[in-house]
Structure formats: structure tokens, C-alpha cells
Design a protein around this ligand. Structure first.
Ligand SMILES: C[S@@+](CC[C@H](N)C(=O)[O-])C[C@H]1O[C@@H](n2cnc3c(N)ncnc32)[C@H](O)[C@@H]1O
Length: 411
């Protein structure tokens, strides 16, 4: 079946299932529940459709609490299942697979089946599993697999103690980074130091490379007027995953990558591999920076940050400089026309204005900030307040669907 035919077939299933459900509701003389319904519906036990409006709330809510996905994903990645299956494009029986990895075959099959049921791996025959385009992400060579594993293995540990932390007096109220849920658990398991010591593992910077495509960071390439810019300072640049693409697309751009000294060593290696011409032509420089203690290099046209360290950056800015904060912008699940005025996209009715489950990554990222840093993602109002405290004003918002870029200038 072609991609188009598959999509048409899926649309047909969604359409006919919803119509069937509507008929059933009408037959029983009941109103059709919506996402806003707060009462159980007499047909809750009978409906079996795809979306939250139509699915039985019992299933939906129990499923919230029975999410084994992270544990199974972690096991599959740590055992290198996708790497092994790559040698067997038509599939490998769980017998051989379990012998190769040394895990009990029935349990391994349970893990792989739940992943296959979510469309990650295919069960080509009973107990025979093969890779598909989703499971290829889990290969050891894939940076996104590395990001996934970091979440499945470590960040999820923080989530498992969320309620305990919320109710423990020493941890409940503070917003200090060393009281973040993940750090709390990892310290109990022997982590010495802070988040930044955990971060020093090689995997963190590989995960950062993957975060760009996950966040759709590169959409900034097409939505920001780079032709008006000559110099960019990437503040907290990591290995340059955000600054390499604009440099390649705009030959007159010059980039200054600033990060902690040990990170810049890794960055130089990545640039040598991905953009050797930039090093040859001296269009990139690497300057060590501790952004909590000092200001970045002064006078650049654009300062790009994925973290908010506004005061120190505003000290380096001149009237022509713009500070781009690129990240998630939290909006409520209620309708606020003033957000539309700020050029934040709002979903049409009857959808939830924040695109509901379609934007769930944004709200997950908000929780990730809590798990990792005891922090949160910000709303536009939060950003405006922070900017004005640092002598900056919000000049423009570029909504890039998953993320947004806020352009700040000196007030
Ligand atoms: C979330 S990563 C962002 C990476 C990159 N800008 C991106 O969007 O993919 C945060 C970066 O800030 C850097 N960083 C953390 N603390 C820092 C500090 N005190 N001074 C300078 N850089 C720091 C980290 O090394 C890391 O590369």
C-alpha cells in the first residue's frame, strides 16, 4: 500500500469509527461527549474510538498511570535491540534474540510487543521482530536514541519520586537546582556533585545534537531574517547544533560559539567534521564563557540563547543588537486573544486553543525542566517580566509551531 493509500485508509477508519460512535450515541438518546465533558457518559463502557472525546474515560485515565513505555524503551536501547535487528531485515525470532542479549525470552517478547504495538518495531510473525523507521531511532549510532535513553534511564527516575518530593518539606518549596527530582534520585544512587557533573558525560552533548530536530530548532533557519545579520554569538552553544546550519546557509555570517571550556573542545571536533570550511575561513571562533559570572563577547548583531541569562547578555548588547531566546513558550489550555496579538498561533475552535495533545511535547518539556533543574518553561508574560528586569523589551515573536523565538532589544 502506498503512503497516500495508507493515510486515506487511516482517515477512513477515523471517520467511519467516529460516525459509528455518533450513531450509537444518538440511538441511545444521549449527547455526544466532548473533551470538556465532566460527567461519565452512559455509553462510557461501550465506546471504543480513537480520540479522547470518544474513548472511555476509564481507559484513558488508567492508561495515564500505566505508561510502561519509558521502561521498555530504556531496556530495548540499553540491550542494543535495534542494532542486532539491523542484521536481520526480515526479522529475528525472540529465541535467538534473547540468546544474543542474555535476557529471558518471554519477558523480552513482552517488552518488544508493547513497543511494536506502538508502531516501534514490527512483529512480522509470532515472536519474530524486525526494525522499522521508528525503531531505527534506537540504534546506538543515532543521537536521538541517545537523547531517548537519557530520558528513559535518568529523567524518568525524577518523575518516579515527583509526589514524594512535592510533599517533603525540604524539597517542596525551593526552586534550587540541586533539589531537582532527578538530581535527588541520582544522588541517592551515588552521583557526586550537581547537574553539571552529570552533564559532563559524553552522552549529554550527543543528546543536545538530537534535541535540535526534536524541537524543530532549525525552523529558525527559514523564519528569521538572517540576511539582516552579520555576527551571531551562540551563548551556551554546546557543540554548535543550532549555529552550524545558519552558517552553512548564509555565507556572510560569522559565529562566536561560547560555552564552558570543556564543552568547547568537543564543539571544535564537531565543527571540524560538520563544517570544516567555517574553521578554514575563520568564520567561527570558540570563546570560553561562564554565563552566570560574565558577559559574552560585546557588540554582536544577534545573541542566541536556549537558556535565560539575560542580565549578563544585555551588558554586551548595543542598540543594533538583538537577543533571540529560542525555546518553548507555555500557553494555557484556555483561550486568550491577547496571545494571538503576540503572534502565538492559536488552534481554531473546537480544538483546544493550545492544540491539546498535539503540543504535548511542550508540556512534557516543562516537566523535564522541573525534573532536571527544578525549573520550568516560561509563558510570554514570564519572559516579558524577566526581560524588563534586565533592561530589555520584547520586540517580536516568531512562532515556529513546536517552539518560538522571542526577539528582545535594549529597552
Ligand atoms: C540546553 S544546552 C543548549 C545547547 C544549544 N544552545 C542548543 O540549543 O542545542 C545548554 C548549554 O549551556 C551550557 N552551559 C551550562 N552552564 C553554563 C555556564 N555557566 N556558562 C556557559 N555555558 C554553560 C552547557 O554546556 C550546554 O552546552
Amino acid at each position: 500500500m502506498s503512503g497516500e493509500a495508507e493515510l486515506e485508509a487511516l482517515l477512513e477508519i477515523v471517520n467511519s469509527s467516529a460516525r459509528l460512535a455518533i450513531t450509537e450515541y444518538k440511538k441511545h438518546g444521549n449527547n455526544i461527549p466532548t473533551i470538556h465533558s465532566t460527567e461519565f457518559h452512559p455509553l462510557d463502557l461501550a465506546t471504543n474510538t480513537l480520540c479522547a472525546s470518544l474513548a472511555p474515560p476509564q481507559h484513558t485515565v488508567v492508561n495515564f498511570a500505566q505508561c510502561h513505555d519509558w521502561a521498555c524503551t530504556s531496556a530495548a536501547i540499553r540491550e542494543g535491540i535495534a542494532d542486532i535487528l539491523e542484521k536481520y531485515p526480515s526479522g529475528l525470532h525472540i529465541r535467538e534474540l534473547s540468546q544474543t542479549v542474555g535476557l529471558e525470552k518471554g519477558k523480552l517478547a513482552q517488552i518488544l510487543r508493547i513497543l511494536a504495538s506502538k508502531g516501534c518495531l514490527i512483529e512480522v510473525d509470532t515472536d519474530v521482530f524486525a526494525n522499522n523507521r521508528l525503531s531505527l531511532i534506537m540504534k546506538s549510532s543515532n543521537d536521538c536514541g541517545c537523547l531517548t535513553c537519557l530520558h528513559a534511564q535518568d529523567v524518568s527516575q525524577g518523575a518516579s519520586v515527583l509526589y514524594e518530593i512535592l510533599t517533603e518539606s525540604e524539597y517542596a518549596m525551593p526552586y534550587e537546582p540541586d533539589k531537582a527530582p532527578m538530581i535527588y534520585v541520582l544522588k541517592q544512587k551515588g552521583l557526586k556533585g550537581s547537574f553539571f557533573d552529570w552533564m559532563k558525560a559524553d552522552n549529554y552533548h550527543r543528546a543536545m545534537i538530537a534535541l535540535g530536530p526534536v524541537m524543530g530548532s532549525l525552523s529558525i533557519l527559514h523564519h528569521y531574517p538572517w540576511n539582516d545579520v552579520a555576527t551571531v554569538c551562540d551563548v551556551g552553544a554546546s557543540v554548535g547544533s543550532v549555529s552550524i546550519p545558519p552558517l552553512k546557509a548564509h555565507p556572510r555570517l560569522k559565529i562566536t560559539d561560547q560555552d564552558l571550556p570543556e564543552v568547547l573542545e568537543a564543539a571544535r571536533n564537531v565543527w571540524e567534521k560538520e563544517a570544516p570550511e567555517a574553521l578554514r575561513e575563520k568564520r567561527v571562533e570558540f570563546l570560553a564563557l561562564h554565563f552566570f559570572k560574565e558577559a559574552p563577547i560585546p557588540g554582536k548583531d544577534v545573541y542566541y540563547v536556549a537558556a535565560v541569562i539575560l542580565c549578563n547578555i544585555s551588558k554586551a548588547m548595543e542598540p543594533h543588537s538583538r537577543l533571540l531566546i529560542h525555546g518553548y513558550v507555555i500557553t494555557g489550555a484556555n483561550r486568550r486573544p491577547e496571545e494571538e496579538q503576540l503572534r502565538i498561533d492559536i488552534a481554531p475552535e473546537p480544538m483546544l486553543p493550545n492544540f491539546g495533545a498535539g503540543s504535548s511535547r511542550k508540556y512534557r518539556q516543562d516537566l523535564n525542566m522541573w525534573m532536571l533543574h527544578n525549573a520550568k518553561e516560561r509563558t510570554v508574560d514570564d519572559q516579558i517580566a524577566l526581560a524588563s528586569a534586565a533592561g530589555l523589551r520584547l520586540a517580536k515573536v516568531y512562532d515556529l509551531a513546536e517552539t518560538a523565538v522571542l526577539e528582545l532589544r535594549l529597552a
